[in-house]
Design a protein around this ligand. Structure first.
Ligand code: IVH
Length: 702
């Protein structure tokens, strides 16, 4: 607002008219910067002041209200970013296979898990895997009340208003018999023909075009202004469900049929198959139909048809045991390998990256491919200037398959792998020994460790990443700039930024607006309280990803208990070390990596300073009225009614801790026929032992 601004009551009609015109234009410009460019130039308060001034003048001069007045535009005000939605039932991903043999193996694995003979018939559904983005739509008493993207599987973004605009998503459920609470899940996509029209229109309007229908669907769904989503040709196929207040049906197939009756589009190529052979037959049919379909698919999804069996099979990590994606062969293209560059990973590994002449593979422009390590370059005999065959499967990082025409006369010299880190310190890079075999391994690592600035930056990037602290608005660019200036050198510094807000004058920097600065500080504050699982991921301990972090968090429950145990475990004879190794899912290499992390004074310092800034929320033991919740259980001997895997999975689902060996901490040993040393040890220690039958009776059956 200019200082010379007049009181509204002293404006002449001419002045009012001029100012209203100016305000309409200015506010529209700021709306565009905010919504479309995500790069606001004024603060929310300044924006609000403009709108208030507009309203005040319009109230005084009602006859001067313009057709394009900001007060007439719905939803033009600065909307918050998308709200977050917690998925009560996690949105999972699917494991992939690429060959017929693996499909047979998938079916055989399920038979084994259920302890069924191979001859026992087991039906599956087979349906196209739609290349769009998944979405969960919640109905209460038959009315659409919320829609969310998948996000990280546990928390997604609230896209309710956008999904309401999709024509084949019912706002009210048709038919009868739906549960009072029903979350329908499926894929949002844009058909190919409509994608072509949409891109033509974008081009004509001088706007950027989308690389493929999937990106276009994602961009169209995630619009803060739902009227933009409404103008895009979004479609939806229903194929799964999340929270439901009562069962929908007994089988997958019946559930899909019900979705159809309740008003959803369901994929017409969905088929019931009686065995692996039949699944592969359907795969071939769908593969042949692929070119004629009006939407992109990247494979076929198989699901165990009986829902009671799906329940028994459960999940491993983030994918169901009862489902599998059979992907189409990866798409290939040839291009020129222009240069080989070395990048430094979080743990200092020197990773060679192929810089390619940009080429489109499977609808995506690729200009980089990982060459993994020195051995891979030798295996491929890849040299700068070579023509290479590139392939890309789904979301997997593009790979170089082979060098085309490696025998041509004019070739560059063989690539020489660097002996030093490319960081400013130029520290020596050392070929590491394999942790398991002790033989020279494939990884070359910078020996600079904590001194290597490249590693420290990677570490910070990992720290704020989605599975770790998930600090939105803190991307690679910002981290690099803050690190370079010495403002953020280690994780604790991130949480000290707020205290230096005024001195930093971030909003004056290029690429920052008042809103983005505020969003960043809000995001940091929001993460000052963090779950133990996220903290464990964020520490960046080698070999510790989300699955292990989750397991450690569920086992130790609090940072204090975990840390005390890791300190005690520095003495490998201490029981704390034995217990860590006994956790089902922690191998000896992992256990060693965790313990070594805390042996390093530098790490202890980093963690201590970080903990001075944040609060770690204890994990809650799984709420369970089951008699085995919180108990440590060991299985030994042959189990008759269920496989070892199912027994372990079921025990864990009931809140028990499953261990691999017997110790004084063991509460129950379930011993089948043939049990030997573990049973003996349990008896010596006075641990309660029981048969499989007694165990099943205790937990209430399979
Ligand atoms: S079922 C628990 N069925 O593939 C199983 N997913 O790679 C949940 N997708 O996130 C998924 N078509 O976005 C299922 N017919 C289909 C699908 C499908 C596409 C996507 C979905 C999922 C991803 C997993």
């Amino acid at each position: 607002m200019s200082k010379a601004q007049k009181e509204v009551c002293s404006l002449t009609p001419e002045e009012a008219e001029i100012e209203l015109e100016h305000l309409a234009r200015t506010i529209a410009d700021h709306d565009r910067l905010y919504h479309e460019k995500d790069a606001p130039e004024i603060s929310d308060a300044q924006y609000d002041a403009l709108r208030q001034r507009n309203t005040a003048i319009e109230t005084a001069f009602a006859h001067l209200v313009r057709d394009d007045s900001p007060s007439k535009r719905v939803g033009a005000g600065p909307a918050e970013k998308f709200g977050k939605v917690e998925h009560v039932v996690a949105m999972l991903s699917l494991d992939n296979v690429f060959s017929d043999e693996e499909v047979h193996e998938f079916a055989a694995r399920i038979h084994r898990f259920l302890r069924w003979s191979d001859a026992q018939p087991l039906a599956f559904t087979a349906e196209p895997k739609i290349d769009g983005l998944s979405c969960s739509i919640r109905y209460e008493k038959g009315k659409l009340v919320q829609a969310a993207t998948r996000g990280d599987g546990r928390t997604g973004e609230d896209v309710t208003q956008n999904v309401r605009t999709i024509k084949d998503v019912p706002k009210s459920l048709a038919g009868t018999g739906w549960p009072e609470i029903l979350e329908v899940r499926g894929e949002v996509y844009i058909p190919n023909a409509e994608f072509a029209l949409m891109n033509a229109a974008q081009e004509q309007a001088g706007k950027p075009i989308y690389a493929n229908p999937r990106n276009a669907a994602a961009g169209s769904l995630r619009q803060l202004d739902a009227s933009i989503s409404a103008s895009r040709p979004l479609h939806f196929f229903a194929y799964a469900w999340g929270e439901i207040s009562s069962p929908i049906a007994d089988t997958q197939m019946q559930s899909i049929e019900k979705f159809g009756r309740w008003g959803f589009s369901v994929n017409p190529h969905t088929q019931l198959c009686q065995n692996a052979e039949a699944m592969i037959d359907v795969y071939r049919v769908i593969e042949n139909a692929r070119a004629d379909l009006d939407y992109d698919i990247d494979g076929v999804v198989y699901k165990v048809d009986r829902l009671d069996l799906q329940e028994r099979l459960g999940f491993v990590s983030r994918s169901p045991r009862w489902a599998m994606a059979h992907k189409f062969p990866p798409e290939q293209a040839s291009t020129t390998l222009e240069r080989i560059e070395i990048q430094i990973g979080r743990t200092g590994a020197l990773t060679p990256v192929a810089k390619l002449k940009p080429v489109t593979v499977g609808g995506v422009v690729v200009s980089n491919a990982s060459l993994h390590n020195a051995d891979e370059i030798v295996r491929l005999d890849a040299r700068e200037g070579d023509q290479v065959l590139l392939q890309r499967a789904g979301d997997v990082i593009p790979q170089i398959v082979k060098v085309l025409d490696p025998n041509r006369a004019q070739r560059a010299k063989a690539y020489v792998f660097p002996t030093h880190c490319p960081c400013p310190l130029k520290t020596e890079a050392v070929r590491e020994l394999d942790e398991k075999t002790g033989e020279p391994g494939v990884i070359t690592r910078c020996s600079g460790e904590f001194a290597c600035p490249f590693q420290r930056v990677r570490h910070l990037e990992h720290f704020v990443s989605r599975q770790a602290f998930d600090i939105e608005g803190f991307g690679k660019k910002q981290i690099a700039a803050f690190f370079e200036e010495g403002i953020v050198k280690e994780p604790a510094d991130i949480f000290a930024l707020g205290g230096r807000k005024d001195a930093l004058k971030l909003h004056r920097r290029e690429g920052w607006g008042a809103t983005s600065v505020r969003n960043l500080f809000d995001a940091i504050e929001e993460r000052r309280t963090i779950s133990l699982e996220r903290l464990l991921i964020a520490l960046g301990i080698r070999h510790i990803g989300q699955t292990t972090a989750r397991l450690l968090s569920a086992s130790y429950l609090s940072w204090q208990q975990f840390h005390d145990a890791m300190v005690a475990a520095q003495d490998r004879q201490n029981e704390a070390f034995t217990q860590l190794n006994e956790l089902d899912g922690i191998g000896s290499v992992m256990a060693e990596a965790i313990v070594q992390f805390f042996a390093e004074p530098h790490n202890e310092g980093l963690v201590e300073r970080l903990l001075g800034q944040i609060e770690v929320i204890d994990a809650t033991p799984p709420k369970s009225d089951s008699p085995v919740a919180g108990k440590t259980v060991v299985f030994t001997g042959k189990l008759e009614q269920m496989s070892r895997d199912e027994a372990k999975a079921k025990a864990a689902a009931l809140g028990a801790k499953v261990a691999g060996s017997v110790s004084a901490k063991t509460n129950i040993l379930v011993a089948g026929p043939g049990a030997g040393s573990k049973l003996k040890k349990a008896q010596e220690l006075g641990v309660k032992t029981m048969s499989e039958e007694a165990w099943l009776a205790l937990i209430g059956g399979l």
